[in-house]
Design a protein around this ligand. Sequence first.
Ligand code: ATP
Length: 306
Amino acid sequence: MMQIYRPLNQIGFVYREIRQGLADIEAMFTLLDQNPEIEDKPDAPPLEITGPVLSFENVHFHYDPDRPILKGVSFTVPAGKTIAVVGPSGAGKSTISRLIYRFYDAIAGSISIDGQNVSDVTQASLRAAIGMVPQDTVLFNDTIAYNIRYGRPDATDEEVREAARMAQIGDFIDSLPHGYETQVGERGLKLSGGEKQRVAIARTILKAPPILILDEATSALDTHTEREIQSALDTVSRDRTTLVIAHRLSTVVDADEIIVLRDGMIAERGRHADLLAAKGLYAQMWNRQREAAEASERLRVAQEDP
Ligand code: ATP
């Protein structure tokens, strides 16, 4: 019996190791969303940033030639400013962030950082310059400390803690029995969407990139969590060139410019107050979200005090 048991046990061990390895690789690929068709040009130079200006010039893009997604989009995020992209679901907002990170190349037009086309520089240097807080953060099957330190592997324990505090997740981590050594991911503690996003924000705070892309989670968060995340995002985006892909309009009120995307084109642009005054698509979206928020607040109060 033992003769059979031992190899079987070993196979089980190897299988678990492989599975763990796969989970990490999967997590990494989802994180990087690698598209094997995207390659560095021969002798591509690294991106060199002195003033982190991000520009889209007449960008066209489709996943499938029969269905254009972006149809001539132009905008500039000046160094240190925050631009928000809003618009109905499926308008092409997240596609914009994927093009900046070069998961795909634009079909026409150009995307540049500090005057260098993102397709001409090495992907490694491009991705080193960009901090991405994605909609759904995939955590590695490892400790919380490892997941935060991934932003800058040589960060000290104190720097990891400081980043967590700035991302409004420090108190939560301190309250766990194993603190920063708590295992998370598939095999460990399952974190909520809001907690995972704050781990991603802490990671980005450590990375301190010149350019930041925040792809807000679509899923509804409770008001308290939303406020904490907003405050964490404000910290990380201060004085940094930031593009916010926003699904909730409450997060864009203070943006230096708001771009309203509809059917792959810019339908309106301006600051919050100007767009409200224009009484167009943005004003409609704003009123609808406000009514929905008020209705859910009324429901909450009624449930608490029947
Ligand atoms: P939401 O607010 O719902 O997140 P969005 O404005 O961010 O929407 P995108 O994710 O940019 O929208 O998608 C734009 C369109 O492109 C959608 O219709 C979507 O179905 C399509 N799309 C997105 N990713 C792919 C893909 N990998 N292959 C084919 N089509 C895709």
